[in-house]
Design a protein around this ligand. Structure first.
Ligand SMILES: Nc1nc2c(ncn2[C@@H]2O[C@H](COP(=O)(O)OP(=O)(O)OP(=O)(O)O)[C@@H](O)[C@H]2O)c(=O)[nH]1
Ligand SMILES: [Mg+2]
Length: 298
């Protein structure tokens, strides 16, 4: 008897939404690995980050993007440009709202999406923070705004996430596997390590410092099967910030380094010797050559 060939579905799905709604958290949850860093501060994600979910009969290629905001610096413009870039040639769009902070501004995204001839799926995230009544009210509002597929989820608890994946999968065309099964992201190790360090800095530093921070890996060398040496520079915009990042007797830098080392060790599966330096680079967010040097593809 002729065996029926199993159909395979695949496609590119851009994730968009305002800053801090949980785009990166939700992508990490769907992939099952931490690819994109997450923080409680808006504008954590700075460039387009690919995450690949491979199952027997489908492959979903997610593009996590920076939160949509008003760009005030060259870096901000770059971030908004990478959102627009990620909208080209996609097979579906996953819009994410924070169910606890649904704004009229959010709902205009629905109108913006109407001109585009791709399926749009809405995830109402952070339902672990909302009552059933709030979730119902938000769902009704979103339906009024013209969203057809609305899935309440929590990136934190995982609730609704399988349903969301199935909903996305149903929108995808038949297609090939674009990437090998073991490839979960396009981010090189060097960038993943730099981002982990930036995440810890975002987590621990006071309000005025974090957005002016960037991290560059100067050296990454595997010394043996069990040990990797990494040297990284944390850039900030003012010498006052440098003092804050280093902290009293180096305590802040120590905290950032220790937490980052833990995560990098898990990522690389070796012990890590991590050395951090702090340097001032005034106004780097507006300087095209600084941005290029830091790896932004301007
Ligand atoms: N309680 C709760 N918190 C969440 C959930 N999803 C994300 N968060 C938190 O929301 C904050 C922002 O999450 P991110 O994933 O960095 O959000 P983002 O949309 O990628 O943000 P940008 O990259 O800045 O645009 C973090 O503190 C997360 O821990 C959720 O389902 N429930
Ligand atoms: Mg993000």
């Amino acid at each position: 008897m002729k065996q029926q060939e199993q159909k395979h579905y695949s496609g590119f799905v851009t994730i968009i939404g305002r800053p801090n709604v949980g785009k990166s958290s939700l992508m990490n949850r769907m992939i099952g690995e931490k690819i994109a860093i997450v923080s409680s501060r808006p504008q954590t994600t700075r460039s387009r980050i690919m995450g690949v979910l491979s199952q027997a009969d489908y492959q979903i290629v997610f593009l996590d993007t920076p939160g949509i905001h008003d760009p005030r610096t060259r870096l901000g413009e770059y971030m908004m440009h990478s959102v627009r870039d990620a909208m080209d040639g996609m097979d579906a769009v996953l819009v994410i709202f924070d169910v606890t902070h649904l704004t009229d501004n959010d709902l205009t995204i629905a109108t913006d999406m109407k001109g585009k001839k791709v399926p749009v799926i809405l995830a109402l995230n952070k339902i672990d923070l909302a009552s059933p009544e709030e979730i119902l009210a938000a769902t009704a509002k979103a339906a009024d705004a013209g969203f057809d597929e609305i899935i309440p989820v929590s990136a934190k608890t995982g609730s609704g996430v399988d349903e969301l994946i199935q909903c996305i999968r149903k929108q995808l065309p038949e297609g090939p596997r674009y990437f090998p099964d073991d490839m979960i992201t396009d981010q090189p190790e060097r960038i993943l390590c730099a981002e982990i360090i930036r995440e810890k800095a975002l987590r621990h530093l006071r309000d005025e410092v974090p957005h002016g921070i960037d991290v560059e890996i100067m050296k990454i060398e595997q010394l043996s099967d069990r040990l990797t040496e990494i040297n990284a520079t944390v850039y900030c915009e003012r010498s006052a910030h440098k003092g804050i990042i280093i902290g009293k007797n180096g305590a802040m830098l120590q905290t950032i380094g220790t937490e980052a080392r833990g995560d990098i060790e898990k990522l690389l599966d070796t012990h890590v010797n991590l050395k951090l330096w702090v340097k001032v680079r005034p106004d780097w967010r507006n300087n095209v050559s600084d941005l290029k040097n830091l790896g932004y593809d301007i």
